[in-house]
Design a protein. Structure first.
Lengths: 324, 324
């Protein structure tokens, strides 16, 4: 989306939100810092305008990002009857909020705020910009367009979204705009270092143990360009870690010198494996993900495989080998 | 140092450099991205002005930052006789470039460009600003003051310095200015993501193995607020890793939930242990480091202990315990 098109879409969505009395925000399931941060920032801004606004969720908030919920989130699907506007945040497909789909569709008007390459306009008002490093960048524009003054709370939610989705400003999605927004957020008094500490310096011992167990299963193939590792249900039991504590391991695999594509297979049930893919410089992993009904970006994508872990490993060895 | 004092010091140093024909730059030993990045950026800028300029070094450049040396570095202490200006970069004490001390002092004029809290003005012209996130921020100002147009090569060296010393914009030294400089660097066409990949996604398998061995020696004490681990010479032999590949492990220790101060002890010789200290939020580790003849910052400091490893461990248990 070109800059002016994004501006136009944002202005249009702002108009829709201004006219609403009640707004519900829908981050995707398995929330990350960008989904929850963007939804929290928008919720705070809408409340500052006197609207009834809630972030409606259907799964638990991961511990490291729980600080972003400052009274915005609710699991009560009946909290507002006949909402004026429903906004899906950091996702653009109803299957990313399956149990909230009916509620989302009950909105008199619907808005999508997202930055995923794979998202196509699917509701009345779509602010989709795959060039944005994070949905939080678009949420930031939207809040400015609403005429709401940024404050520390909104600023920190936006900052958390950007920090998470850029991997601390290091991924190729980071732009001059990303840094200019970050600089502007300092003016609202955000505790940027404090947010980084909460997100990145808050690792449980269980997570460290799980990470080292997963690393023990590492295999490298495709002439050193592919790395794969698994998280089994036994590893979770042995270490006492929670499944989401495997987050970050796939990036560590990708960080190995010479490795271009990394994959982490997470055994959820005996016959259900979650696949996380990351690439470093040139391989686009999105088509592989989409072929299996998943989504994501060129450098980070994911999907599920309904098969036992061993079969999933063999499938990935072949699929990843074919990427080169 | 106040902004205007820094500006004044930078303007004065720029004048000195403008008048020089030959300039030698001295990054500290055990170069990091900020020391080498700042020196490389200044060297490139001075060469654009037609000066004879070299970065004089006395130890090997660590592999992950070697890409920053685009023909600037030399180990030849006789490369320029009677240099007009000698600039120490990212350090402010001659013992941080021991074998180059005489050469540094042979400069007709000497300049210090540094951001370390512990650095006191010690030469004719001192651009020292402990508020700068990285020496590269001051180098950036100095290059602008010299009237040199930023190009991609200079921009990438500055960016590498900032990225390294802010831990990817996450430490509390990061400021609005840091992000504004980063944004401006995008205008010179820097490949920011490429630099992050070289610095952070370029981990050898040996380093991963060493990291997991070091983690195995971890102990947590002081009611969970202190974490300590050791790198022995045996671990290096067993894994085939180089000593500098332990970089980053002390940050991983600090990242454990509840841990405020982390320490990594690196056995260099049977009777020589290098101590790296990191803190998270509130403990100032610099006084402890200075008491042992070391230096650094409030959140990151280091020194050497001339004693066997076991004795060093016991010393640190006591010293770290006393920090709370």
């Amino acid at each position: 989306m070109m800059e002016s098109m994004r501006d136009k879409a944002v202005a249009e969505a702002a108009k829709v939100l201004e006219q609403a009395r009640s707004v519900l925000l829908f981050p995707h399931v398995t929330m990350d810092g960008d989904a929850l941060g963007s939804a929290a920032a928008l919720c705070a801004a809408l409340r500052k305008l006197g609207k009834t606004a809630h972030v409606v969720i259907e799964d638990e908030i991961p511990e490291t990002i729980a600080f972003l919920d400052r009274g915005y989130c609710t699991g009560d699907l009946g909290i507002v009857e006949s909402p004026d506007v429903c906004v899906c945040v950091d996702c653009g497909e109803a299957h990313r909020f399956p149990r909230r789909k009916a509620l989302f569709e009950s909105g008199a008007t619907r808005v999508c705020v997202d930055h995923h390459e794979s998202t196509k306009p699917f509701v009345e008002h779509n602010c989709i910009d795959a060039k944005a490093s994070a949905t939080a960048e678009i949420a930031y524009d939207l809040i400015l367009a609403l005429g709401v003054e940024m404050d520390r709370e909104i600023g920190e939610a936006i900052y958390a979204g950007i920090l998470t989705d850029t991997g601390r400003f290091q991924y190729s999605n980071t732009s001059k705009t990303t840094h200019l927004i970050a600089a502007a957020l300092y003016d609202c008094g955000i505790d940027a270092a404090g947010i980084a500490i909460r997100l990145y310096q808050n690792v449980s011992r269980e997570k460290l143990l799980l990470g080292s167990r997963i690393m023990g299963s590492m295999e490298i193939f495709a002439e050193g360009r592919a790395a794969m590792a698994c998280m089994t249900r036994d590893m979770l039991k042995d270490t006492g870690a929670r499944p989401e504590e495997a987050d970050g391991v796939v990036e560590e695999l990708r960080n190995i010198r010479g490795v271009e594509v990394a994959c982490l297979l997470k055994e959820r049930d005996p016959g259900l494996v979650k696949v996380s893919l990351r690439s470093k410089r040139y391989v686009d992993v999105l088509p592989l993900s989409e072929r299996h009904g998943g989504g994501g970006h060129a450098r980070a994508a994911g999907y599920s495989l309904r098969m036992p872990l061993d079969e999933a490993k063999e499938t990935l060895r072949q699929d990843m080998g074919a990427l080169f």
